[in-house]
Design a protein around this ligand. Structure first.
Ligand SMILES: CC(C)(COP(=O)(O)OP(=O)(O)OC[C@H]1O[C@@H](n2cnc3c(N)ncnc32)[C@H](O)[C@@H]1OP(=O)(O)O)[C@@H](O)C(=O)NCCC(=O)NCCS
Length: 199
């Protein structure tokens, strides 16, 4: 599993990820019924520089999970989504741990996540991450205060980030190269094909 911060150039991958979710999974993620148009507007507003969008990738590498950290004045909101066929493999747990570290290294003192009260996986994930959960009118709120990251943790984040980007682009190159070789059968492919992202 590769987990890396996504860049502004990956906005369309995020859009496709959310648009591919079923109505029920959209409801779990956004705590309401949400149309394609509203999802698209939401993705248009994502700020990849101020906020953090983490992507989890499988070995293809396909985008299989997303975690967002949206900065607020006093506390910052986190949100998670993992592809249905990939759930139960601790991808969500890895995403929340990475997002905590990201928040701590950004100096964020408090994070929260909002979810529907019948969302057992999210509740378990939050409780395991030592977040305090409360429920009002069918909606749950989990919050946690954070300490600043240590120098060692900062170093760890940057080392991991660098490694995850190289693993991602390395894997992308290998997969692309493999598909080009099998497709081309001796013909030379255009460079644009090589550069087109598959996320
Ligand atoms: C919430 C979500 C991100 C968790 O992702 P995941 O990769 O399956 O998470 P994990 O595998 O790390 O599991 C997290 C916990 O949920 C539990 N869990 C997973 N699937 C479960 C299920 N179907 N029923 C009950 N518990 C379940 C796991 O056992 C784990 O708890 P544990 O650590 O006590 O064993 C995923 O279910 C999801 O995408 N849901 C839809 C979007 C959503 O609900 N977002 C939350 C609001 S922002």
């Amino acid at each position: 599993m590769i987990i890396r911060p996504l860049t502004v150039f990956e906005r369309e991958a995020v859009r496709n990820f959310y648009l591919s979710l079923t109505p029920e999974d959209r409801r779990k993620r956004f705590c309401c019924t949400i149309s394609d148009e509203t999802i698209s507007k939401y993705v248009d507003r994502l700020n990849f520089t101020r906020d953090t969008v983490l992507g989890a990738f499988d070995e293809q590498p396909r985008l299989v999970g997303l975690a967002e950290l949206v900065r607020g004045a006093t506390e910052s909101e986190m949100a998670f989504s993992v592809r249905p066929e990939k759930r139960g493999q601790k991808i969500g747990t890895q995403l929340i741990q990475r997002l905590f570290l990201r928040a701590r290294m950004c100096g964020i003192a408090k994070v929260f996540v909002v979810f529907l009260s019948d969302n057992t996986p999210m509740r378990r994930m939050a409780s395991r991450a030592a977040m305090a959960v409360s429920t009002v009118d069918g909606e749950s709120h989990a919050g946690r205060e954070l300490s600043a990251a240590t120098a060692e943790e900062l170093a760890h984040w940057y080392a991991e980030e660098s490694l995850s980007h190289s693993r991602y682009f390395g894997t992308l190159g290998i997969v692309r190269w493999g598909s080009l070789v099998s497709r081309s059968e001796g013909t030379i492919s255009q460079p644009s094909e090589v550069l087109a992202p598959t996320v």
